[in-house]
Design a protein around this ligand. Structure first.
Ligand SMILES: C[S@@+](CC[C@H](N)C(=O)[O-])C[C@H]1O[C@@H](n2cnc3c(N)ncnc32)[C@H](O)[C@@H]1O
Length: 214
């Protein structure tokens, strides 16, 4: 199910043409050709807006793929910042490194290959933003692992929280057992968590934004 009418998504994307540059266009083409699920341009710009709005200098991503979402986060943190990319597939790291190098963003990115939740436990200190985009069955565990690692005023941001409508409308063709239940549990945990104020922005597949208030 489309959350947003594709014509509206396209209208929104057309407003973001000024971000066209060769590396970004190559990353988007690579994702399209290989069916790789990147956040896409509307969410990418949203990530940069969110990170800049809290003055983020230190960001951790759970599930970075080949570096598309990190591209936007790396722009946001500036040359003094750091973005920690995590991904379980070792083939993604060299691809991400090459793209981000060519985009002039290599100075601020660090790579961690392996399980993202375990990797997050090995990184010291708090973060201004933690972005979650791993396999959906891992969402509740990811939230439990990182929700105390965000500084007050910082953000937890999570993609696909409407899970193509399955959070509200049964999908008889659902081919991922347990993923919808995990997304539902994750969203409920956050909705009830008094440390955070959260909302779901229904762009693309739903972006949960939670600001730490306690
Ligand atoms: C949806 S893609 C991420 C896309 C990326 N955030 C972007 O928009 O450019 C999910 C990625 O997370 C990785 N992944 C899934 N579950 C993971 C886990 N538990 N630990 C580490 N990586 C994981 C996959 O290898 C895949 O590259």
């Amino acid at each position: 199910m489309d959350i947003v009418d594709p014509r509206i998504e396209r209208y929104m994307e057309d407003r973001l043409k000024r971000f066209d540059e060769p590396v970004l266009l190559e990353m988007e083409a690579y994702a399209e050709e290989n069916g790789f699920p990147i956040v896409g341009r509307n969410v990418g710009v949203t990530l940069e807006v969110l990170a800049r709005s809290v003055g983020a200098r230190r960001i951790m991503e759970l599930g970075s793929g080949f570096g598309y979402s990190a591209y936007w986060h790396a722009r946001a943190v500036g040359s003094e910042g750091e973005v920690h990319l995590t991904d379980g597939d070792p083939e993604n790291e060299p691809r991400a490194a090459a793209y981000l190098e060519r985009a002039g963003l290599a100075d601020r990115v660090r790579f961690h290959v392996g399980d993202a939740v375990r990797g997050s436990e090995q990184l010291q200190g708090d973060f201004d933003v933690i972005f979650n985009d791993i396999d959906k069955h891992g969402y509740p565990a990811a939230w439990r692992a990182v929700s105390d690692r965000i500084r007050p005023g910082g953000l937890y941001v999570c993609d696909n929280v409407l899970w193509y409508g399955r959070v509200a409308v049964e999908d008889p063709d659902d081919r991922r057992p347990g993923w919808t239940e995990a997304v539902l549990e994750h969203n409920q945990l956050i909705a009830e968590d008094e440390r955070y104020l959260s909302t779901i922005v229904p762009t693309r597949d739903g972006v949960l934004v939670a600001i730490r208030i306690g």
